[in-house]
Write a protein that binds this ligand. Sequence first.
Ligand code: GDP
Length: 194
Amino acid sequence: MIIKQADFVKSAVYERDYPEEINKVEFAFVGRSNVGKSSLINSLTGRRKLAKTSKTPGRTQLINYFKVNNEVYFVDLPGYGFAKVPKEMKQEWGQTMERYLASPRHKLVFVLLDIRRVPSGEDIDMLHWLDHFDIPFKIIFTKMDKVSNNEKFKCLKAIKTKIDFTNDDVLFHSSLSNSGKDEVLEFIGEYLEE
Ligand code: GDP
């Protein structure tokens, strides 16, 4: 897929706030806060400020909808794993996210994992949840510029002690160098053709 246009559409909390159109495929992005979700969305769309980077906790509970090429939606889901926020707020985020994931929209979920970190309990819960509810998903490892090739394989080995995948089945991306961008866009294009 070649992205020619990307625009913010709306923020949503409840299902009634989602766009009325349900015939467009939605590519949703999830991951712990700071994993590089906004940077990835900006890199893919070629728009430096589309999804705001470096947000403060508390402003991130919303689902943000972006329309891409008038053809698909990109959906920025609330990040999880902020340590410093009150419990009630965490619950609210969880509910917003779960509501979206359980909604009958035509979606594929990109699960973002930082290549340098062993997946957290929340990452693992998310993957189990997607598996359990049969929601198609694809893992994208972020911040690939931060590791050498040698380190990459060490990191993958450590990550595999927690989650199960093959190297051919995941995507790798750096927002700094834009490496892996073409592969993600290619994957999106192929998914749409299926
Ligand atoms: P979000 O909270 O998941 O949306 O994460 P952001 O996109 O705001 O990124 C969090 C921090 O990581 C910011 O300081 C980014 O500049 C940095 N970052 C994000 N992606 C990359 C990347 O691919 N490489 C490097 N070196 N830094 C990144």
